[in-house]
Write a protein that binds this ligand. Structure first.
Ligand code: NAD
Ligand code: UDP
Length: 315
């Protein structure tokens, strides 16, 4: 039985944030959802609004915020390449100024703070699979840099607040995650393919589709968040959270076609700049430290995701 806490979730109206708010409320905590609705939506948290333990604040984390909570999960940041490249300066500001503001708040109120970092800190990795000890291979001035370097700088800030001010920090490096409430137009591969398949349009595979990703279902990931947050204070991470099951993008396209029963074709389009060739988490540390590993296989997670998009699109 966990004791009741007041917990702030920045980016709480987004894909991952809304699932996290739900999970924390289910555990009996008070939840403050902080979001500027850049990529998140009211729709994602509509079902939570009647819960007296849930509160929603429209706020941009690049500006300071004053409130009293026991824990902060800092998720605010657009996550899909289309969205984070739409206004790259704002993306870096969200990661860096957002981290400074949330860390400053955590320091003032002595709250424990979690950072949603990313596998993008490894860039286009030269080591496979990626352990947390790998420092990465990131282009500092390419089109992904606003996101990758912003998240890397946020990690730096978290560790300096920890060393300088004894702040309790938890840094999770999240690998590609999918599930219901992904934005249908955010260009991420799982949502793109499902929407295209349901609408009978060709699935757009960038490059030759031989690049790989490892896809984690959202419920597994959120369980990892809360288990990690509850570890001893001396364990800061960074820790990889993701599903080690690795698939090429072409394999994913064929799987989506099979599971939707679609007659869509595959259309090959040019590969975007700096697109990592492979990505797979080494999750040994998460297993060791908090006994976490994902249990939901790709086909099992794609089914509820397809159902969600099918209802959303009325397909
Ligand atoms: P998302 O775009 O659905 O959610 C991000 C949320 O942050 C949105 O609700 C958005 O409105 C909000 N936001 C953006 N800028 C803000 C600002 N300046 N102030 C306040 N709110 C702001 O993305 P997601 O997939 O839910 O990702 C959540 C977090 O997890 C992000 O930090 C992302 O970098 C990280 N992450 C996600 C994945 C993934 O596969 N989903 C992988 C790695 C890391
Ligand atoms: N991708 C693709 N077709 C799409 C969208 C993405 O082939 O319609 C590819 C993209 O080039 C990348 C992979 O799928 O190699 C994952 O892309 P996503 O944007 O989901 O995540 P990220 O590249 O940030 O891991």
């Amino acid at each position: 039985m966990t004791s009741t806490k007041r917990i702030a979730v920045t980016g709480g109206a987004g894909f991952l944030g809304s699932h996290l708010c739900e999970k924390l409320l289910d555990q009996g905590h008070e939840v403050l959802c902080i979001d500027n609705f850049f990529t998140g939506s009211k729709q994602n948290i509509l079902h939570l609004l009647d819960n007296p333990l849930f509160e929603q604040i429209r706020h941009d984390v690049t500006f300071p915020l004053y409130l009293e909570v026991d824990e902060i999960y800092n998720l605010a940041c657009p996550a899909s390449p289309i969205h984070y490249q739409f206004d790259p300066v704002q993306t870096t500001k969200t990661s860096v100024h957002g981290a400074i503001n949330m860390l400053g708040l955590a320091k003032r109120i002595k709250a424990k703070i979690f950072q949603a970092s990313t596998s993008e800190v490894y860039g286009d990795p030269q080591i496979h699979p990626q352990p947390e000890t790998y420092w990465g291979h990131v282009n500092p001035n390419g089109i992904r840099a606003c996101y990758d370097e912003g998240k890397r700088c946020a990690e730096t800030l978290f560790f300096d607040y920890h060393r300088q001010h004894n702040l309790k920090i938890k840094i999770a490096r999240i690998f590609n995650t999918y599930g219901p409430r992904m934005h249908p137009n955010d260009g991420r591969v799982v949502s793109n393919f499902i929407v295209q398949a349901l609408q009978g349009e060709p699935l757009t595979v960038y490059g030759d589709g031989s690049q790989s990703r490892s896809f984690c279902y959202v419920d597994d990931l959120i369980e990892g968040f809360v288990k990690f947050m509850d570890t001893d204070d001396d364990f800061t991470g960074p820790v990889n959270l993701g599903n080690p099951g690795e698939f090429t993008i072409l394999e994913l396209a064929n799987k989506v076609i099979e599971l939707t029963g679609s007659s869509s074709d595959i259309l090959f389009e040019p590969l975007p700049g700096d697109d990592p060739k492979q990505r797979q988490p080494d999750i040994t540390l998460a297993k060791e430290k908090f006994d976490w590993e994902p249990g939901i296989k790709l086909a099992a997670g794609l089914k509820p995701t397809i159902k969600y998009f099918s209802e959303l699109l009325g397909a």
